[in-house]
Design a protein around this ligand. Sequence first.
Ligand code: NDP
Length: 240
Amino acid sequence: MSKVALVTGGSRGIGAAISKALQAAGYTVAANYAGNDEAARAFSAETGIKTFKWSVADYDACVEGAARVEAELGPIAVLVNNAGITRDAPFHKMTPQQWKEVIDTNLSGVFNMTHPIWPGMRERKFGRVINISSINGQKGQFGQANYSAAKAGDLGFTKALAQEGARANITVNAICPGYIATEMVMAVPEKVREAIIGQIPVGRLGEPEEIARAVVFLAADDAGFITGSTLSANGGQFFA
Ligand code: NDP
């Protein structure tokens, strides 16, 4: 029987590419999303991948959502914590609400989703947890104190949990994408985007599929010696 993979924010952008790549690699995929029903419906119709709606910022919803996925598809072997948002503002203008929303989704969301799935992975002595962090969690970014803090927090979480999961054959790794051509980045004003591209040695934005490829690599059964790692995929922009 094929292994079950849950991808949060799995129906759009990088998450959609991850869901499709895992499906192509033979996994039964569950794609979580937060609120864009239209995108989820179109994605499901295109791929046949089941979509599940809940917010990763809500712990109880994650417990219930994980239970629903496992009841419908089977035990979750691979968890990709991909859901993320931005609420950018220079720090002197950043509101407590902007801070909280980003921390709740991008950092607490990773705790909320991993926590209910972890005991089953421990019992079954197998698991792959892959956290989608960001280059901006590695280097910091002007206007993103909230986002950079959350994404850097994801890296600390990854390293700590890797140690806890190691003896149970659960690997925990992070991927730090650079700038990838999704709605999140296309929402940035064109002038700023051009300036960003000018700083990327390969001279272009990354494609969602280029992040998905790294997820499939880390999810594999024979990737068991790679844990606690941060894999940068940023076109040569930043070396960690
Ligand atoms: P998109 O904005 O294109 O998609 C975000 C996805 O996350 C959507 O499916 C959205 O659901 C989902 N989502 C948002 N909030 C929640 C929530 N509370 N609960 C569940 N799902 C939620 O983002 P990207 O594809 O660009 O980004 C994916 C990940 O990669 C993020 O973690 C982002 O921080 C990270 N990243 C992106 C980079 C980039 O250049 N694009 C660079 C570095 C990191 P819905 O469809 O319902 O809105």
